[in-house]
Design a protein around this ligand. Structure first.
Ligand SMILES: [Zn+2]
Length: 497
């Protein structure tokens, strides 16, 4: 990056700001394929760090990784009625297996060979329930084979015409967990457990506070009995669904004939769950923490946690500060810190600061000749604040600072969310809130899909979740905030990505 461009301020245009942050942090770029993005190395490293942390949590809860085909026979999707309806409008189909030369020039030089048309088209997976449960039917015979706990890391295709980097793209990366259980209670416990795993990851690693709860019937996953979700509030006060966990009941087991012999000798259908999070979380991380100078990345997931910028004028100073810088780098790496030493000759320190700030590096260490003489470095936090730190014991001090930054980011995001949440709203307050700055509105809900549809049409807001007990208001609302009929559950409404 030769000349850094300016980032559009959040207050001017949030959507432009978001794009500028993603592009200048070199997380991703647009591709020649409409609807598809390229994840650049800095963004991919962030994804790898997310994967590593999640993968450990999945394994610690007894899940194993496997890999299933990218292609799914079209008839598989049709086996579960709600499921096919939910995904029909966004699938990519493979209909031919080869091309044929036409003898024409340019773009018309080849065409699909009509003779290679597939008898049954293949769907490029929009999610893998169908192909996975077809295999589960083969592998599960008896109660001894249960529970079956699997996960796959893969790519997914859901057709989109508009690209929003990390938030909405035709192809994206994710993980999908799929499990089979002997009882409904076990499946329910699994779906809840994985929601908890996601919450722990999003709060402790991404420093992104989330509300958890159940989706309404109209917002649940196509084919699920119950869907649970995690919802985070972005800086523009729109909600981002950060992950989902489904209790699929026996719907797919019946469609794919996944049965097991019980201990008593009877035959029963299994109970399934599926759960997933995707590269969309990177968009959530960006919109939770970043500022007008670029990406702000929580230290636990920062591809580079510390950058050392040596400052010199003379050659003598250069060898001195680079020498100390090299030693500091070694010490920090030994302490388990992801660290870079920016020794480039071609850039002035100020330009380097600018670049690493845009990339979201949580902590910068500046080392000038005077610092060397004093046996110290100057530390500068990405989120503001400069202080000298002694070279002696620097590894431990840096680790402590990174932990502090992590905790501060989480608290700030949580405070922001609570500032933009209102409870016990009347219809009038709700309308004003959604027309104004917006945020999470807690209110009574009668449970009717008609109310949901009307609210969506008039305010753009949807029920994000029927919140879990810890998020509910002290006093349960008595009436639906929209129609005034008795409330069956408190709901959290927001406009969403
Ligand atoms: Zn209502």
């Amino acid at each position: 990056m030769a000349q850094a461009q300016k980032i559009t301020p959040r207050a001017k245009d949030f959507s432009e700001w978001y794009n500028d942050v993603v592009m200048q942090a070199e997380l991703a770029d647009y591709s020649p394929v409409r609807g598809c993005m390229v994840i650049r190395p800095h963004g991919y490293r962030l994804w790898e760090l997310m994967q590593q942390a999640l993968d450990e949590m999945f394994k610690a809860t007894g899940h194993q990784n496997a890999y299933f085909p990218l292609f799914i026979p079209m008839s598989f999707l049709a086996k579960e009625a709600e499921h096919v309806e939910g995904f029909a409008k966004e699938v990519a189909l493979v209909t031919h297996t080869r091309l044929k030369a036409t003898g024409k020039a340019g773009a018309q030089a080849v065409m699909p060979d009509p003779e290679s048309a597939l008898e049954e088209p293949l769907v490029v997976r929009p999610t893998s329930e169908t192909i996975i449960y077809a295999m589960f039917a083969k592998w599960i015979q008896s109660y001894r084979d249960l529970p079956l706990l699997m996960n796959q890391w893969c790519n997914i295709v859901r057709w989109e015409f508009r690209t929003r980097l990390f938030l909405r793209t035709t192809e994206f990366l994710w993980q999908e967990g799929h499990t089979a259980h002997a009882t409904e209670a076990e499946a329910e416990a699994e779906a809840r457990q994985m929601l908890g795993v996601y919450r722990k990851f999003q709060e402790q690693w991404m420093a992104m506070p989330v509300l958890t709860g159940r989706k309404t019937e109209s917002e649940k996953f196509a084919g699920a009995l119950r869907t649970y979700a995690l919802e985070a509030l972005m800086q523009d006060n729109k909600a981002l669904q950060a992950g989902t966990s489904h209790n699929l009941g026996q719907n797919f087991a019946k469609a794919f004939n996944v049965q097991y012999q019980t201990a008593a000798g009877g035959l029963e259908y299994v109970w399934n769950t599926s759960w997933g999070v995707s590269t969309r979380m990177i968009g959530g991380l960006v919109m939770t923490h970043s500022d007008d100078n670029g990406l702000v990345c929580p230290p636990k997931l920062a591809p580079v946690q510390v950058v050392i910028v040596p400052i010199w004028k003379s050659e003598e100073e250069k060898s001195q500060v680079l020498g100390v810088g090299g030693k500091v780098k070694e010490e920090l790496a030994r302490a388990g810190v992801r660290v870079e030493l920016d020794a480039r000759d071609s850039l002035k320190p100020g330009a380097k600061y600018f670049e690493w700030e845009a990339k979201g590096v949580p902590l910068r260490l500046e080392i000038g000749p005077r610092d060397v003489a004093a046996g110290q470095v100057m530390t500068a936090r990405r989120t503001g604040g400069k202080a000298p730190a002694k070279l002696d014991g620097l590894g431990a001090a840096v680790r402590k600072t990174l932990d502090e930054i992590q905790a501060t980011l989480f608290q700030a995001a949580k405070d922001r969310r609570e500032t933009h949440s209102i409870r016990g709203v009347t219809k009038q307050q709700f309308l004003e809130f959604m027309k104004g700055v917006g945020g999470f509105a807690y209110g009574g809900f009668c449970g009717s899909p008609e109310c949901e549809a009307e609210v969506k049409q008039q305010t753009g807001a949807t029920v994000r979740v029927l919140p879990d007990p810890e998020f509910r208001s002290a006093e349960a609302p008595k009436t639906c905030l929209w129609c005034g009929k008795p409330s069956v559950a408190e709901a959290v409404w927001a406009q969403a990505y």
